[in-house]
Design a binder for this molecule. Structure first.
Ligand code: PLP
Length: 418
């Protein structure tokens, strides 16, 4: 049985421990929600303030050239590429995950319509993040296609000859279950389907190798494990064999080959740049740049492999401590136990009271989140979470359960954002 002194010893030996100093975290908070909104990098406030006062305030319009604003989507994209098995020039940071999904799913459907017009189905998981399903549903309506939703164990059987695109989120937002991207992509290709991978809960959380898996299209989120700040731009990657094939549907001037020629006709930029649409949110991109630097700071310490090893150690410890110390309270582990089958979060289900238990924990400074209908979700970001944090979080959970304080009325009031 692991003890508090054991946890302190693990922190003392942890080579990634110094990375915690890159972040501003309130001293009374144990933050287990980096999978919803990453914590603030220390560098962000001064960097964004400089972008406001110097680049915007003084540089004004000149800053598009002199401060490198114009090239930020590609510059940040190259940083993200290092985390997801992509090459320089293959990724841009831009727009939101939902919007980028619309672009890449449209492009994938265009390719399918040209190469295999009889394929009329998009397959996804019923438990995929809703925005992904809504975007797919809207595209199906627009194009007369069908969205088929299946359980994860039924994906292989669903890859029939009428499937154009398999659209999956690599790590499930609700359960933390992770797909084998290479194996699933190979199965999709063998069945003649293209793949779209959402990396919202993967980028910066688990090692990803898009080129190694020969994936087709991918998108992901900037404000979760990449610590880019609320509403940070998302990213988009396209396998180079597809990147030049089609216009994407939001063919704005930033995706034009020569935007400042102001021609009346659209000529797409080569490669991934055509996946830009319009003028970028420079202040948000500046904050995202700081967030990416925090993840890249782990590169000299072993990079994503070292982060993954620590994430698994933290989540293994959390699971074991919850089982040992919170037994008898009706909590059930939803996340798969096998390392190869899960991301960097642990989800527990509780038939009744899950929402109130999360609220009671938040009141104690242990911030996780609730996902309807019955999930307590805890994200572990190895950049800034330590083993003692895990111990303390489970201690608070134990106290919340033992005391029954979660039943208090104030913890049962639903907020707009859970
Ligand atoms: C968080 C998340 C999103 C968020 O999309 P936004 O456009 O940023 O609101 C999309 N998909 C998945 C799978 C997510 O986890």
């Amino acid at each position: 049985m692991t003890t508090l002194p054991d946890c302190r010893a693990l922190d003392a030996q942890d080579p990634l421990r110094p990375l915690r100093d890159l972040f501003t975290i309130p001293s009374d908070v144990i933050y287990l929600d980096g999978n919803s909104l990453g914590v603030m990098p220390c560098a962000a406030s001064a960097r964004v303030a400089a972008a406001v006062t110097q680049e915007w305030g003084n540089g004004l319009i000149r800053s598009w050239n002199t401060a490198g604003w114009f090239g930020l989507p590609q510059k940040l994209g190259d940083k993200i590429a290092r985390l997801i098995g992509a090459a320089p020039g293959e990724v841009v940071a831009t727009d939101s995950t939902s919007i980028n999904l619309y672009k890449v799913l449209s492009a994938a459907l265009n390719i399918a319509a040209q190469d295999a017009p009889q394929r009329k189905v998009i397959v996804s998981e019923r438990s995929n993040f809703p925005t992904d399903l809504y975007i797919a549903e809207a595209l199906c309506k627009e194009r007369g296609l069908r969205l088929q939703l299946v359980e994860p164990e039924d994906i292989a059987a669903a890859l029939t000859p009428d499937v154009a695109v398999l659209m999956l989120t690599h790590v499930n937002y609700r359960t933390g279950a992770m797909h084998d991207m290479a194996a699933v992509t190979a199965a999709a290709h063998a069945a003649g389907a293209l793949t779209v991978w959402d990396l919202a809960h993967s980028a910066g959380a688990v090692p990803v190798d898009l080129n190694g898996a020969d994936a087709d299209f991918s998108i992901g989120c900037g404000y979760k494990y990449l610590n880019g700040g609320p509403g940070a731009p998302a990213f988009v990657w396209i396998n180079p064999r597809h990147a030049g094939r089609f216009w994407q549907p939001l063919a704005g001037w930033w995706g034009h080959a020569a935007p400042f020629e102001f021609t009346p006709d659209y000529r797409p930029a080569p490669g991934i740049t055509r996946y830009l649409c319009g003028t970028q949110p420079i202040l948000s991109m500046t904050a995202l740049d700081c967030g990416l630097d925090t993840v890249l700071a782990a590169q000299p310490l072993g990079g994503m492999a070292a982060l993954r090893a620590k994430s698994l150690a933290l989540t293994d410890l959390f699971m074991a401590l919850v089982e040992e110390r919170c037994a008898g309270h009706g909590l059930r582990l939803v996340t798969p136990r096998a390392h190869a089958q899960r991301g960097s979060q642990v989800c527990l289900s509780r038939g009744e009271g899950a929402y109130a238990m999360v609220q009671a924990l938040i009141a104690r400074g242990v911030i996780g989140d609730y996902r309807a209908p019955d999930i307590l979700r805890f994200g572990f970001t190895p950049l800034y979470i330590g083993f003692e944090d895990v111990w303390n979080a489970v201690e608070h959970l134990k106290q919340v359960l033992d005391s029954g304080e979660w039943q208090r009325p104030e913890f049962n009031q639903k907020h707009a954002v859970t």
